[in-house]
Design a protein around this ligand. Sequence first.
Ligand SMILES: NC(=O)c1ccc[n+]([C@@H]2O[C@H](COP(=O)([O-])OP(=O)(O)OC[C@H]3O[C@@H](n4cnc5c(N)ncnc54)[C@H](O)[C@@H]3O)[C@@H](O)[C@H]2O)c1
Length: 275
Amino acid sequence: MTRALEGKVAIVTGAGQGIGTVVATLLAQRGATVILADIDADRVESSASAIREAGLKAVGLSFDLAQEDEIADAVRRIAADHGRIDIIHNNAALQTESQRNRDLDVVQLDTHAWDMAFAVNARGPMLLCKYALPTMIDGGGGSIIHSASGFGLLGETTLTAYGSSKAALINLSRFIATQYGKRRVRSNVIAIGFVLSETAIETTPQAVKDILLAHHLSPELGAPIDIANVVAFLASDEARFINGAMIPVDGGFTAHQPSMVDFERLFAAAGSSKL
Ligand SMILES: NC(=O)c1ccc[n+]([C@@H]2O[C@H](COP(=O)([O-])OP(=O)(O)OC[C@H]3O[C@@H](n4cnc5c(N)ncnc54)[C@H](O)[C@@H]3O)[C@@H](O)[C@H]2O)c1
């Protein structure tokens, strides 16, 4: 395993479960001291202690990304305790069942659900960068990776607030790259497709997984480690020439014509692949 992140201090938000825990673990394996942040104090401490038990450097820290004062305090503590901030992975997102049930099409959308999606998924990452960037720049620069989604690129029949907040995050990343690139800050965004996190494995019916897989160009669906590998690369100096980029990490889900699967079925039924 490469130690490309030795000596670096990384913050991973939403690291109490799912993709965030896997990213935090990989960054620690590559040598970083990782601050695992999450609103859920118990979960984030248990993820951090599992990393420490493997002999790696990890600290759990609980704060709410919807609360500016909590973010500012957390960054102050991290800067005081560790002296530098080299990597930020803006991974957290609000996707609880109650939020999803209220985040519908525009007419039926609960206005508070819209506000909460933006507070956690767009304003929170902006505030974390706002407070952490001076320390990152003082330390000689760093790498910020934001986790967006295909919902931030294309329309859907539901999850309007989630998708719109992810679209905001995509452009926030470019603004940060533009404003601080000369001071050696890189800011890139990954547009994640469907990933089999614990929650996704439990809550996604097989019929839905089958539809999603049919639209992938890869032979299988993605796993959290597929995201973590890209984050770890973008965090490392090997990615020093990548800045302001939006990288789909989705098995090709957004690379093909939307009608591809329907045409495949039509061709199969007709026994011909001619349009
Ligand atoms: N899993 C997928 O298929 C998929 C697809 C596209 C994009 N993504 C993106 O990847 C990221 C991680 O996805 P996941 O499936 O692992 O998510 P998850 O829901 O399993 O984990 C998200 C974490 O964020 C934390 N969080 C929520 N609100 C918070 C707040 N106010 N303050 C601090 N922490 C808060 C939660 O407690 C949770 O631990 C998200 O940004 C998500 O939008 C995931």
